[in-house]
Design a protein around this ligand. Structure first.
Ligand SMILES: CC(C)(COP(=O)(O)OP(=O)(O)OC[C@H]1O[C@@H](n2cnc3c(N)ncnc32)[C@H](O)[C@@H]1OP(=O)(O)O)[C@@H](O)C(=O)NCCC(=O)NCCS
Length: 162
């Protein structure tokens, strides 16, 4: 199955979206559009190529920062002591009917590509993700994200990787 990934718009139906996490379902239904309006997140949605109203997955991108001391010592040593600029994938979710078919990987790769392009004009030292539970931690670890020290639910991928 092929998907179209585009900026969040009202043409996709969010009412039936269910990924197994109520806060993430609630976010795309109720808060995503206002986050975009207020410039606190960019939201991207995936819909099947042949069904542009069916919401299959989404992710959010924002700017963020991490303290140098939360990074592994080998990375921290090469960075300044003040807060380090990063991109934040605040939320990423795939509807249950589409899980296990590679869409999560496609969304994550697409998010990394977007950050890589943006980093030409806005420097980031890496990407951080908010991993909501053990399954999410395992998913991101699978792609090389490492836990930030003292913040179990936040993980980091250095810019050298993407
Ligand atoms: C986590 C989630 C985004 C994965 O999406 P998905 O479309 O099922 O993932 P994919 O099919 O692309 O799987 C990608 C790879 O990750 C692995 N993977 C997926 N879920 C995993 C998990 N819970 N633990 C470990 N590995 C996992 C798969 O085995 C696959 O590996 P492979 O490429 O070697 O075959 C999806 O299950 C989801 O939306 N869950 C609920 C919301 C959530 O937890 N979001 C993340 C935190 S905000």
């Amino acid at each position: 199955m092929t998907f179209q990934i585009r900026s969040f718009d009202t043409s996709a139906n969010t009412d039936n979206f269910q990924c197994g996490s109520e806060p993430l379902d609630g976010y795309i239904r109720r808060y995503a559009s206002q986050d975009v309006r207020r410039n606190v997140a960019r939201v991207f949605i995936a819909t099947p190529e042949n069904d542009p109203q069916r919401l299959a997955g989404f992710f959010t991108l924002s700017a963020g920062s991490v303290t140098c001391s939360s990074l592994p010592a080998t990375m921290a040593r090469k960075l300044p002591r003040y807060p380090i600029p990063v991109a934040l994938i605040g939320r990423l979710a795939v509807d249950s009917k589409f899980q296990g078919k590679g869409l999560g990987s496609i969304l994550l790769a697409n998010a990394c590509q977007k950050v890589s392009k943006a980093s030409v004009v806005l420097a980031v030292a890496g990407i951080i993700v908010d991993a909501k539970d053990e399954a999410a931690i395992a998913f991101y670890a699978h792609f090389g994200f490492i836990p930030l020290q003292g913040q179990n639910d936040r993980m980091f991928l250095p810019a050298s990787v993407f």
